[in-house]
Write a protein that binds this ligand. Structure first.
Ligand code: G6P
Length: 613
């Protein structure tokens, strides 16, 4: 979703800002813009489309200046055109703003400002905010940080903003509530970003701006932070672990393919120091410190969105099987508004790759207010959700740039698996023998994924057959029902083919009506307690001339012979099979999208980090 980048220092700001915008492209956007202060003038250049379009637009214009802010916009209020793109000027054109988030009370504020003579060029809520800041500045005769503070006290909604004043080329004021913001500290220079990706090239010293905090970045002066309630804060400097090479494609044509292929390594990283095959043990610091909360939990609620919600479903299966604690899985967006019954003996697990998803963050807040213990499973270190939970576990897969989540999903499943096995062992609901067997098998997973990845070429070949299709059905049972949904989500996200994931047995209650020789049906038919039943479901599809693509266990000739195409995966414990079964589905979606000529890493309308509700 919208990306923010800013720079103040002694270098020319333009190339830093453009490069920063490119690093933020993965978040998803539809227009881009930049504001530069050359010491005298405050200029704004913006354009619909990609950052490369902005570069063309800015060619031969005055791009001087050592202070500037830049933005990629994912449209919320007003269509994605040049006028609605950020930055936005205030009425006098003395102030400019970039904004990520939604000002919910913008129409009331706009009306008030209109009565004071303000006029508006765009349809955005953001322009209302910069006019309000200008109004506060002029009527109260205050400096920019104070004007921002006064304005934000009037605002309902979520924001990360950065503001520059024509009359002060030595200052950027930035603030956040609900949307992420990071400040990078270099040698006599500051950077600001929606995340650390535009900053990492220049410094590894960062300050994560907290909720309702305003930060003032002044040339040659220390960073100043205060809350919108006027409490001064001491900036806490963190060291970034991110490396530049992690943000590059490393020879792969797309980030998504690179991330699919990284999974043997990312899962090893995720298990490193946690799953110890020699001492036959699993150690999770976030669990050990709060063991009683888990062991005494009457219920576990898992809340998440998108792909993370699918991993939550797998978590439900494995926690209930081995830890014998009732689990409920909730879409964060529903949970936060449906007045759920939450008890102080509940453990709420929030799963989020980005750690910034607005609905999941709000679900965390709600659960916290109701006294539950909150455990986060997140990837982005230092992001908002892990900073708002009581405890948690990072997935440690490195930056995930492709909008369609792949390596984050498998690592989320891995963390949930480790957690389930640990609770089960501690509670005595999982026998020592099974615990040891599962630990051993967990360690085999990276190698087994490597073996599946070696089949990429055959998946690529048969993917071509299906580009004609406008619909797909994905079927699975038990642990692989969520995998079917995840496979369908991958396909629709990046190839724009409509796809539905269904529990295989439910097919006869509706989707069977859709089956014809035009309809590809992807069936996860690996060896499991319900294998025979899935074989019967395949027969039902065959009888109606549906085209079967199956994911089977190596050596399974029965389903192979019933299928038009099949991909075999190594045998494993049933509860771990999602970690393997999802890999061919990721590759299938990827190759279909590539053959269709789709923009795999930045699919239309989608955002990597959904920071608005
Ligand atoms: C967006 C992304 C998905 C992701 C979902 C939840 O829709 O495009 O890939 O699964 O948000 O994101 P989170 O960061 O909370 O896991």
């Amino acid at each position: 979703m919208c990306g923010i980048v800013g720079y103040i220092g002694s270098r020319v700001a333009y190339p830093i800002l453009i490069k920063g915008l490119k690093r933020l492209e993965y978040r998803g956007y539809d227009s881009a813009g930049i504001a530069l202060h050359d010491g005298t003038n405050l200029k704004v250049y913006k354009s619909k489309g990609k950052v490369s379009d902005l570069e063309i637009f800015s060619e031969q214009k005055n791009i001087e200046g050592t202070v500037g802010i830049a933005h990629t916009r994912w449209a919320t209020h007003g269509e994605p055109n040049q006028i609605n793109a950020h930055p936005h000027y205030s009425q006098s054109e003395e102030l400019v703003i970039i904004h990520n988030g939604i000002i919910e009370n913008y129409s009331v504020l706009k009306q008030g400002l209109t009565e004071h003579g303000f006029t508006f060029q765009s349809d955005t809520d953001t322009e209302v905010l910069i006019q309000l800041i200008e109004f506060m500045k002029n009527t109260n005769r205050v400096d920019l940080p104070t004007a921002v503070q006064l304005a934000l006290n009037e605002v309902v909604g979520a924001y990360a903003i950065a503001v520059v004043d024509k009359n002060n080329p030595d200052m950027i004021v930035a603030a956040r509530k609900g949307s992420p913001l990071v400040v990078g500290i270099g040698e006599d220079e500051y950077f600001v970003g929606s995340d650390a990706t535009p900053i990492i090239e220049y410094t590894n010293k960062v300050v994560y701006i907290g909720e309702e905090e305003i930060v003032t970045l002044e040339r040659n002066k220390p960073l100043k932070i205060k809350t919108i309630g006027n409490v001064e804060k001491f900036p806490e400097i963190n060291k970034l672990e991110l490396t530049l090479s992690q943000l590059e494609k490393g020879g792969f044509p797309h980030f998504m393919l690179k991330e699919i292929f990284e999974q043997p390594q990312t899962l090893s990283n995720c298990m490193k120091g946690r799953v110890n095959v020699d001492s036959n043990n699993i150690t999770l610091a976030g669990f050990i410190d709060n063991k009683d909360k888990f062991l005494n939990a009457k219920r576990i609620i898992i809340t998440a969105c998108g792909t993370s919600w699918h991993s939550a479903l797998i978590g439900m299966y494995i926690i209930e099987e081995y830890a014998r604690i009732p689990v409920e899985v909730e879409y964060s967006s529903e949970f936060r508004y449906r007045k759920p019954v939450i008890d102080k003996d509940d453990v709420v697990i929030a799963i989020s790759q980005s750690g910034e998803t607005a609905d999941t963050l709000a679900a965390v807040e709600l659960a916290k207010q109701n006294g539950a213990f909150i455990f986060g499973i997140c990837n982005v270190v230092g992001s908002s959700i892990p900073r708002n939970t009581h405890s948690g576990c990072y997935t440690h897969v490195g930056p995930e740039i492709g909008v369609a989540s792949t390596k984050a999903f498998t690592a989320q499943v891995m963390v949930l698996t480790m957690l389930a096995l640990l609770i089960g062992k501690e509670k005595g609901t999982l026998s020592e023998e099974n615990y040891l067997k599962l630990i051993k098998e967990l360690n085999q997973i990276p190698d087994k994924i490597t073996a599946i990845l070696e089949k990429e070429n055959s998946i690529k070949d048969f993917s071509k057959t299906f580009t004609y299709a406008s619909n797909f059905i994905y079927l699975g049972r038990g642990y692989n029902f969520p995998v079917a949904m995840e496979g369908a989500l991958k396909l629709k996200e990046i190839s724009y083919i409509h796809a539905e994931g269904y529990p295989a047995a439910e097919m006869k209650h509706g989707p069977i009506a859709l089956i014809s020789q035009e309809m590809p049906v992807v069936v996860i038919a690996t060896k499991s307690a319900t294998y025979e039943k899935v074989v019967s479901n395949i027969q039902e599809i065959k009888a109606r001339k549906g085209r079967i693509i199956s994911i089977i266990t190596e050596g399974d000739e029965i389903v192979k012979n019933l299928s038009d195409f099949s991909i075999s995966i190594p045998d494993t414990e049933e509860c771990l099979s999602p970690l393997l079964a999802v890999i061919p589905l990721q590759l299938l979606a990827y190759h279909i999208a590539v053959v269709k000529g789709c923009n795999v890493d930045q699919p239309r309308n989608l955002a990597k980090s959904v920071t608005v509700e």
